[in-house]
Unconditional design. Structure first.
Length: 178
């Protein structure tokens, strides 16, 4: 004897939707309660800068006279052979601009491991001259990241940010060796 199936009702559909929607609403509430932006944590570049300038075989560049709204958020010095890293003597400092754009300075005598990764495999896109220094402009394949690259016998320097060349040039104009 075959069993008869009852037809689905509107109430069945409402119950099914509630079974699906209630967990989704709970998950949404739990993970979106805090809609405030996370505060940016500033770092003090002075101790790392001092160490880098003492140990680096090249003049270490540092932005100077930036307005207070520019927040240093990253500073790093990797001396030769640091924790198994390639011997690249890498200096890095990054700032968050008032427009919330991250700009960074990266320096190393090891051009091969610096330029490609820092420029996001950027391709040449012209030149800029800041002071007495000629910089090669590079743009990432997706067009988002722009870089200024200077390569000398002593050190390669990459200034990078998701901004236009004018902003990178202005930032480069603040760099000094001490």
């Amino acid at each position: 004897m075959a069993r008869q199936k009852r037809q689905a009702t509107a109430g069945d559909m409402v119950r099914s939707l509630l079974i699906i929607l209630v967990p989704l609403l709970i998950i949404t509430f739990v993970f979106t309660r805090n809609t405030e932006d996370h505060p940016v944590e500033a770092v003090d570049p002075a101790p790392v800068l001092t160490q880098a300038r003492q140990e680096a075989p090249y003049p270490v560049l540092m932005p100077t006279n930036l307005p207070a709204e520019w927040i240093p958020t990253r500073v790093a010095w990797e001396p030769e052979g640091y924790e198994g890293a390639p011997p690249r003597q890498l200096w890095q400092i990054g700032y968050l601009s008032p427009d919330r754009i991250y700009l960074a300075v990266n320096q190393s005598p090891d051009t091969d491991t610096l330029v490609g990764p820092q420029t996001r495999d950027g391709v040449p896109d012209g030149e800029s001259t800041i002071g007495d220094t000629a910089w090669e402009r590079r743009i990432s394949p997706d067009g988002r990241t722009r870089s200024l690259v200077s390569i000398t016998k002593q050190v390669s320097t990459v200034i990078v940010g998701d901004t236009d060349y004018a902003a990178l040039e202005a930032f480069a104009g603040t760099l000094q060796t001490g």
